[in-house]
Ligand binder design. Structure first.
Ligand code: ADP
Length: 541
């Protein structure tokens, strides 16, 4: 080999905070705290406090590879843990507090967490679980002395006191870039949650890969309202990518209602924000009621579930904010694809662009996707063929914690996402369903997601789910379960009539049931498993 002569440096998460501290020392991080007030400081302050965290962990006996959990909202202290824990070589397990109680205990025990850092909000939750967490040695409450609660939790420490006792001199260790940096568990809608273990290398490359112009296009001009939780897939990697690009970071804490988000978007002049559709529904609802606008916002990133057409139109046409539709999952760090229009598509008129905008988008460099049939044969990029969506790349999982030999990852390295998709000749991928949700009617597949998108396009429908129900002749047929807007008089006939204008006759659902509320899972998504259980006895008449 004729060897290159460039330096080799392991890719370390600590290098991100060191860089931000040195080159963007005055850029602000603004957080709405659980205690109430808005807190502000800079990347310089964050760097110093992350080093105090690292010193504190060492005083507490935490060693490289040990797992440290957080149960916390998006805030500056959570950021300090992102860098202090992973930077010192320990592994950050960001626990999703919306998991069911038994799943919470399961993930903390499964990960082997030695310390749990928790926001005040979650003290009662953990008090109820403590007897099931024999391996947790310390509970550190993310507040100051004045706000420390009375608690039955054992071995409690006040975070601010812990940091005060340490100094901010600390040399970030350099070690193998393949070492684990953080763990996120999938929400486990079927069976127990599964642990996805990220490495320093994968996290850094993902942050770089998602920053580029064809990605989130991050720069020092951005002020980012990070709504997607830091306990959900590392806040889509933005907790790393923002300091890397010198972006101002705004963290909403526990307040995710429309009015609170709007207040921060406005006062902090946010240019970019990221969240799931449910959150944006609350924001646009608030904007409609209050008559407020979004004068500073340039783009919103929407992912986690499909973006409804009405939401794209509302952001783009009413508020002049560009929608970036993205697809990914815990197992893909999460960035998989992102929708940016290529020049020849930008020339189309708005209505012609809409079907493309509704797609989940194109891969960015660093992750590759393909669709295959039941025999693992690769399907063409013709926008018609749909098959199982698989992914491969620098930030895609190669197995789950404790079950490294998972069936989800094929021998050739392709990870089976559990999604069903098409890919068109320009490379735009479109999710047509989850493998387990697709409706198999007389040998043909009907996309539940497509029908849901159409149903919520009806002006009187607030939310809709489409599930497969057994049918004597066709095996399965679609049933719509919908929530009406208040005061609307939409009924089964008018809704089915509306849907039939958009799909082939054989795809029109057989029935509609209206209910007050649809069940949602820990990440705010529709819980179709629960819905199917609730409709277990339903039969088409
Ligand atoms: P969890 O598994 O905890 O629910 P994930 O974020 O890992 O959370 O969920 C990933 C799944 O969410 C994907 O496999 C896909 O089914 C769905 N998803 C994510 N983004 C989109 C999107 N833009 N459109 C449709 N579905 C999406």
């Amino acid at each position: 080999m004729f060897k290159g002569l460039m330096q080799q440096q392991p890719l370390m998460i600590s290098s991100i905070i060191e860089f931000a501290e040195r080159w963007f020392p005055k850029v602000e991080v603004v957080s709405r705290t659980v205690e109430g007030p808005v807190h502000r400081y800079t990347y310089k302050d964050m760097g110093a406090r992350a080093r105090r965290v690292a010193n504190a962990l060492s005083s507490l006996g935490i060693e490289q590879g040990d797992r440290v959990a957080t149960l916390a909202w998006n805030g500056y202290r959570h950021m300090e843990l992102y860098f202090g824990v992973s930077g010192s070589g320990a592994v950050l397990h960001t626990v999703n507090p919306r998991l069911f109680a038994e799943q919470l205990a399961y993930v903390i025990n499964h990960a082997g967490d030695k310390i749990v850092f928790l926001d005040l909000t979650f003290v009662p939750l953990l008090e109820g679980l403590v007897s099931e967490l024999p391996d947790v040695e310390k509970y550190i409450i993310l507040t100051d002395r004045a706000h420390m609660p009375e608690t039955s939790l054992p071995n409690v420490i006040c975070y601010e006191e812990l940091l005060e006792a340490e100094n901010d001199t600390f040399e970030w260790p350099v070690f193998d870039e393949n070492a684990a940096s953080s763990i996120c568990y999938t929400s486990g809608t079927t069976g127990n949650p599964k642990g996805v273990v990220y490495s320093h290398r994968s996290t850094l490359i993902h942050a770089l890969g998602s920053s580029i112009p064809n990605g989130l296009s991050l720069s020092g001009n951005d002020s980012i309202l990070l709504v997607v939780p830091q306990f959900h897939v590392n806040s889509w990697g933005v907790s790393y990518a923002a300091p890397m690009n010198g972006c101002k970071l705004v963290l909403p804490g526990p307040m995710m209602d429309g009015a609170s988000l709007h207040e921060l978007l406005d006062s902090e002049k946010c240019t970019l924000s990221l969240a799931v559709p449910t959150v944006w529904m609350m924001l646009t609802g608030f904007l409609h009621e209050s008559g407020n606008k979004l004068p500073h916002m340039k783009r919103v990133v929407i992912g986690g579930s499909a973006v409804p057409e009405a939401m794209i139109r509302s952001f783009e046409q009413e508020y002049d904010v560009q929608v970036i539709h993205a697809w990914g999952m815990t197992e893909t760090s999460p960035l998989g694809t992102l929708n940016f229009l290529m020049p020849h598509l930008q020339e189309l008129d708005y209505e012609e662009q809409m079907p493309i905008k509704l797609k989940q988008g194109k891969s960015v460099f660093g992750i590759d996707i393909r669709i295959v049939d039941d025999n693992n044969q690769v399907l063409p990029h013709d926008g018609e063929a749909f098959g199982k969506l698989q992914a491969k790349g620098h930030w895609v999982t190669s197995g789950y914690f404790g079950e490294e030999q998972s069936d989800s990852v094929a021998k050739d390295g392709w990870f089976d996402t559990g999604d069903v998709a098409t890919i068109d000749p320009d490379g735009y991928m479109m999710i047509t369903d989850r493998t387990k949700d697709v409706i198999k009617s007389g040998g043909e597949w009907i996309s539940s997601i497509e029908l849901e998108n159409i149903a919520v396009g009806h002006p009187d429908i607030a939310e809709a789910a489409v599930i497969a129900m057994p049918h004597p002749k066709w095996d399965e047929r679609p049933l719509v379960v919908a929530v009406k807007n208040q005061g609307s008089d939409v009924n089964k006939e008018t809704l089915l009539q509306y849907i039939s204008q958009h799909v082939a006759k054989w795809q029109v659902p057989d029935d509609v049931v209206f209910i007050d509320e649809l069940p949602h899972g820990a990440t705010g998504k529709l819980n179709k498993l629960k819905l199917r259980e609730e409709f277990n006895d339903f039969r088409f008449s």
